[in-house]
Design a protein around this ligand. Structure first.
Ligand code: UT7
Length: 330
């Protein structure tokens, strides 16, 4: 027994829109095919939020309402909502604030955190630190992206990859040694040129020219990102395991960001894990950016056991990357 105050994940919620966009649908939109997409990425279909007037906050709200229902908590007890997203409803107010209003978390403060595909990991570490100080008792971390709002569906290099969704976790204090153990997080802004959204910020405010140049869509130079991702995600996961003298046998689950099945394979290999210990749902959701990791936890929640060692790992725009070690608490 230890008296160290840790942050335990005590509930998981999720939401994916009903509309599916399959590889066969994409074959009709751009010059691509199911075989190429599946063999190069592992993706078969992704979900798209089609309803007009619906945005990231609506998906984040559904994911958090899932937690509120499961745990039967009063929204007024929530202290803080951290929303990881690159597709906020609007630049301000923050999507976390909009979600807080929609779920009735009247006593919570909230803010958005932008770290692209590593957003959930960065937000989880931030939320866990809030709990570890002893100041807050219920922190919700939600990863949500409506990637369809920034994807050019005439660009086959990106439109096959991304989907929409939201996943959330509730963090609460724990003194039994379970919960969030450690994280190693990294950023390198020199990678900005490979993966970005060029316009709509203070550098290039929206104009007729930026719209005509399609600069409000996500841009990715896939091959260099792939190389950095394979190395970054595997290296940081190995570094975290070495730091804590963990071997593949100690790990119950790898929970990787779902960008490409080949990147996930390489990371699992480096960690000495067989694929049955790796959460993979990329085939049905594609890359939902900040939502991939919590959506894996949501899909696997029933198979997780108290005390399981989980390594969460991500790599994404920035570049940003990292890994965290969690002992499952329920
Ligand atoms: O989550 C954030 C971090 N992002 C990532 O981690 C993504 C990292 N990158 C990747 O996953 C991969 O680079 C992609 C899946 C994006 C692309 O796979 P790739 O194996 O790197 O393909 P490539 O870009 O090297 O293209 C290979 C070929 C090219 O044709 P040629 O030049 O060899 O004739 C492309 O034009 O495949 C062609 N191609 C396609 N063909 C059919 C590119 N996109 C498509 C497509 N359908 N959608």
């Amino acid at each position: 027994m230890t008296t160290t105050l840790r942050a335990a994940i005590t509930a998981v919620g999720g939401y994916v829109p009903e509309t599916k966009l399959t590889n066969f649908d994409l074959e009709k939109m751009v010059d691509t095919n199911d075989e190429w997409i599946k063999s190069r990425t592992g993706i078969s279909e992704r979900r798209i939020l089609r309803e007009p007037g619906k945005a990231s906050s609506d998906m984040g709200t559904e994911a958090i309402l899932d937690i509120i229902r499961k745990k039967n908590i009063d929204p007024l007890e929530i202290d803080c909502i951290i929303c990881a997203t690159v597709t906020p409803d609007m630049p301000f107010p923050s999507t976390a604030n909009l979600i807080g209003d929609k779920v009735g978390a009247k006593n919570a403060f909230g803010f958005d955190l932008g770290a692209a595909c590593s957003g959930f990991l960065f937000a989880l570490t931030t939320g866990a630190s809030f709990i570890e100080t002893g100041r807050y008792k219920k922190v919700i971390v939600v990863g949500v992206d409506k990637m369809s709002s920034i994807i050019d569906y005439t660009d086959r290099a990106t439109c096959i990859l991304f989907g929409d969704g939201a996943g959330a976790v509730l963090l609460e204090p724990s003194t039994d040694g379970l919960g969030f153990q450690d994280a190693i997080l990294k950023s390198d802004g020199s990678g900005a040129k490979y993966l970005n959204l060029k316009a709509g910020g203070s550098l290039k405010p929206a104009s007729f020219e930026t719209v005509m140049a399609k600069e409000h869509f996500a841009f990715q130079d896939g091959q260099p990102v792939f190389k950095f991702a394979v190395k970054g995600m595997a290296d940081v996961s190995a570094e975290l395991m070495e730091k804590h003298k963990l071997t593949g046998d100690d790990i119950a689950w790898l929970v990787p960001h779902q960008a490409n099945l080949r990147i996930i394979d390489a990371t699992a290999n480096r960690m000495g894990l067989t694929m049955e210990k790796v959460m993979i749902n990329i085939q049905k959701y594609g890359n939902t950016t900040a939502a991939t990791i919590p959506l894996c936890l949501w899909d696997w929640e029933k198979q997780l056991n108290k005390g399981d060692n989980l390594i969460l790992a991500a790599f994404g725009g920035g570049f940003t990357w990292g890994a965290s070690w969690i002992k499952w608490a329920y």
